[in-house]
Design a protein around this ligand. Sequence first.
Ligand code: 9L3
Ligand code: MG
Length: 140
Amino acid sequence: MELPRLVVGAILVDRLDRPSRVLAARRTAPPALAGRWELPGGKVEPGERPEDALHRELAEELGVEVRLGAELLPDDGGTWPLTPGLVLRAWWCELTTGEPQAGVAHDALCWTTAADVADLAWLDPDRPLVARIAAALAAR
Ligand code: 9L3
Ligand code: MG
């Protein structure tokens, strides 16, 4: 049994210390996922540190640099399930350089608040994270 492949995702907020908005990104591919919203990110390459992979993915997908904050951990302290062969880890982060631009991976970006973040058609496995994010945005 192979270890699941790691995917990293960004909880990109307007500011780490008092977040009120989080960035949602609408996928273009594959067809089964196109049109659904996600926390931007992607697969960690072999030998790559997860945090480095997240910086790389955000540069590639959105054209930005970020400062990483805390990891959003599930209640069991492990990873968030995606599909049988994939698990997700996600970090809070804020912009340090650039404004996010939709590139090839996404066809729309949206800054959402506690009031509307849950209304988007999120990827199913991102939904438990979105619930936690919405609570944090509401509690600021
Ligand atoms: N995935 C799910 N939620 C996310 C991300 C960034 C990715 N927040 C899933 C979608 C793909 C797989 O992980 O099946 C790899 O993502 P990518 O490399 O295609 O972005
Ligand atoms: Mg990606």
